[in-house]
Write a protein that binds this ligand. Structure first.
Ligand code: PLP
Length: 406
């Protein structure tokens, strides 16, 4: 008899986006012709930067010729991209990361979900609430939690992000081994200062813990004092793995390219306390389970680091940030308390009552779609997430309609 991994049965239903979609569908059936304004989506809407398109075409043309054809590439990514990443994204910011510590992949989603394979099942896990659900669910699948009760899995330390701590969780009161952090955060839009990240790094070093740092929204940081990478913090290389993605910086959500940094110094331990270099384990895992990312995609990603590419990425993210600024300004005038929206494409809005009631009211009365905060964790209750990934015209229209709620 073929048996299943019963941990999958512990997963709560994919409630958030399925429920949003079904409520929107029902609204559209009852209100044909009524135009909706989408402020909930986490996907980008603008086309790829032109520099990528040129590089893509050129790379495809290479594959069309026998002399320049390429088959399987290195599973960790081509040297040209890994070198460009190390130079531009880290060394230029004073973070001493080299190309052989960079692992190119087809997504920060899969990397942040897969990385837990490197660790013992019995470890103590700390996950922010609210946060991107992949961290928690990949650990549920791996059997690191008990069942969920009242929206919380047994055996997990939840790091609460609330208005009281500015949505930057406090250090854990009890020891934990594996800590997920995400800044700029999805969904709260919160960013972490150098000092706050420094406290996490010091804590991880003192407790021989590991931080999994998701910097998928790093390209939205404009405040020059905010760190873009955890490796800008001294001592982080021993205790942190970082995830990056071109999805939100360059519109690669459909193209698929990202990378993970595992510094040579990054260490975990055997049951006997012997140190093991995590870079070698991740390399081994990727060699066994991945054949890398396609050559044209990696050439397109490389093109983002040229002068034109850099300008175009900046213009793209500036455009989304302009939408966020427009929304933030209007929401402030309407009296809402918000987090994010600058240095982040997400605005996290405190609302009265529960987040699904607010979602329904905004949809039914005003035809605006947001994302109910409760779907991101218990601390997401009384909040909704608005995203800046639509157009400026749609953002303005959404704000005009929200003004009508008052
Ligand atoms: N990490 C965070 C925090 C995200 O919000 C997302 C996408 O929404 C991802 C990772 C996924 O990135 P990718 O498209 O590279 O898989």
């Amino acid at each position: 008899m073929i048996k299943i991994n019963e941990n999958y049965l512990k997963l709560e239903a994919d409630y958030l986006f399925a429920s949003v979609a079904s409520r929107v569908r029902e609204f559209e059936q009852k209100n044909p012709g009524r135009e909706l304004v989408w402020m909930g989506i986490g996907d980008v809407t603008q086309p790829l930067p032109p520099a990528c398109i040129v590089a893509f075409h050129r790379a495809v043309a290479e594959l069309a010729q026998r002399q320049s054809f390429r088959g399987y590439g290195p599973s960790a990514g081509y040297g040209f991209l890994r070198e460009a990443i190390a130079r531009h994204d880290f060394q230029a910011r004073g973070a001493d990361i080299s190309a052989d510590e960079v692992f190119v992949s087809d997504g920060a989603k899969c990397d942040s979900a897969n990385v837990q394979e490197l660790f013992a099942r019995e470890l103590r896990l700390a996950i922010p609430d609210p946060v991107y659900p992949v961290y928690l669910e990949s650990n549920v699948m791996a059997g690191r939690t008990g069942v969920a009760r009242d929206g919380r899995y047994e055996g997990v330390t939840y790091l609460e992000a609330t208005p009281a701590n500015g949505y930057v969780p406090d250090l854990p009161a009890a020891p934990v081994d594996l800590i997920y952090l995400c800044f700029p955060n999805n969904p709260t839009g919160a960013t972490a200062t150098r000092e706050q990240l420094g406290n996490w790094v010091d804590w991880a070093r003192a407790n021989r813990a590991l931080i999994l740092f998701d910097a998928a929204y790093e390209s939205y940081i404009r405040d020059p004092d905010l760190p873009h990478s955890i490796y800008e913090i001294p001592g982080a290389q021993q205790v942190a793995i970082e995830f990056r993605s071109y999805s939100k910086s360059a519109g690669f959500t459909g193209v698929r390219c990202a990378y993970t940094v595992v510094p040579a110094a990054c260490t975990a331990y055997t049951a006997d306390g012997a140190p093991v270099a995590l870079r070698e384990l991740w390399r081994r895992r990727q060699d066994t389970k991945s054949n890398g990312v396609s050559y044209p995609v990696q050439r397109a990603a490389e093109a983002l680091y040229g002068a034109e590419g850099q300008r175009q990425v900046r213009a793209l993210t500036d455009g989304y940030l302009a939408n966020a600024a427009c929304a933030l300004d209007a929401l402030g005038r309407l009296g809402y308390r918000c987090s994010g929206g600058s240095n982040s494409p997400y605005i996290w809005l405190q609302v009265e009552g529960d987040s699904w009631t607010f979602f329904d009211r905004l949809l039914q009365r005003h035809g605006v779609v947001c994302t109910p905060g409760a779907g991101f964790g218990r601390c997401g209750e009384h909040h909704v997430r608005l995203s800046a990934f639509s157009s400026l015209a749609h953002t303005r229209e959404a704000m005009r309609r929200m003004a009508g709620m008052h």
